[in-house]
Design a protein. Sequence first.
Length: 512
Amino acid sequence: MADSKREIERKYEATAETRLPDLSRVAGVSAVAHRGVSELDAVYYDTEDLRLMAGSLTLRRRTGGSDAGWHLKFPVASGIRDEFQEPLSDTLPRSLAGLLRSRVRMSELVPVVRLRTARDVHHLLDTEGALLAEVSIDTARAERLTGGSGTAAWTEIEVELADDGDPALLDAVERRLRKAGVRPSASPSKLARALAETAPERKRKQKRDKGARRKAGQPTAGDHVLAYIRHQTEAIVALDPAVRRDLPDSVHQMRVATRRLRSALRTYRKILDRSVTNPVGDELKWLAAELGIDRDQEVLDARLRSGLAGLPCTLILGPVRSRLRIWAVARRGGTRRRTVAVLDGKRYLALLESLDTLLAAPPLLPAASHAPEQALPRAVLKEYERLATRVGHAAELQPGHDRDLAMHDARKAAKRARYAAEAARPALGKPAKRIAERMKAVQTLLGDHQDSVVARDALRTLAVQAHAAGEPAFTWGLLYGREEAAAAARERELGQVWERASQPRVRAALEG
């Protein structure tokens, strides 16, 4: 994986005549050291339809300065980006190409802007001479390489916080700059400014006209459903690089977005034509299952470790911790490789393309033109009724395998009901929020029950392995018994949780 760092910086408007105020008077700054002027030459790459720019990503190949090479930046928050670097090469490094695959897919990356910058660098130092921040006056010259041939030039001030620096320093520097008449830049990045200022006049006018138009009338049920589908699609695309980097909770969040999207296509089948959405839903089911292999192992590992940590040392007999660690590493390593292979596969990329096609030409049915208050509640209530049926069925069964399966089916129904309400919340407000909260409570309880079922299967396997190796199986059996008791407790609690979730006033609020 490429080297990475978190970049925290702010940009300010300047002119060729702009001079920095005395920044040594900023609190915490002991000295300002002038480091001279360096010449930077960067070519920025994107698809022809500027997909990276649409996601606020920048990819460049830069020569000159102290960090020549390939740079890829992902937005984190305003003024904060994660930057990945690779050494100079003629072609895009594979590590960076992988992080861009969900956006670029099969399209070609082409040079869109060349930016040559004269950078006058100043370092803000503390009393021990350590770097606090770098302040530069950048004189930039941009040349459009794709989609036009315009040029632009400007000057700006950039303040970048040193690694592990205190963000409060940026506030102090900004106060000093503002006092000197310097104002924050209106553009989030040099590339954004270069593209805006070098665009052909016709395209700039079209953008202004589009921004000035407002959709007539109130949003329809179809508008709300499509907005939800678009949001979940964007979440899948945005989470792809995080999954590749193995960031905490990234697989879980991507799987949730996939499930929410599939659930919306199934729940709102009176809004969108099922003959078009069903094949997409099948592919989303496949993706969620593939992501689930890694996620389920992650959850299982955490549950078994937590159970073991809760035992006193006197009840841990044999090499229990080492056996659990070896077992978990062996299983997780395989799932990790498989997940990345899925994201690199043609089937996954084809799914992303099909989602784009669906959003570009949505297969809307007549009900899509209805008011949200008319069309959406019926869909949510239908999912609610499905859950009620499954909870009732599970309650009628005796404890055991069949009841475990029935509770798992109820859990899936609770998830669909929750997602349906969440999708409708922007249109229906508090009633949908209330149902979503109740359904989440049911889902959480049923989910904990299912996790216990899976944990018991794993504990039995570990006990068999330990016994075959001549190790004591006592601890594994003890953990199994605790999981069995936890599952029984969840089964007893289900009636109370469902009674609260199914109160007549909750449903009446949505119907009314």
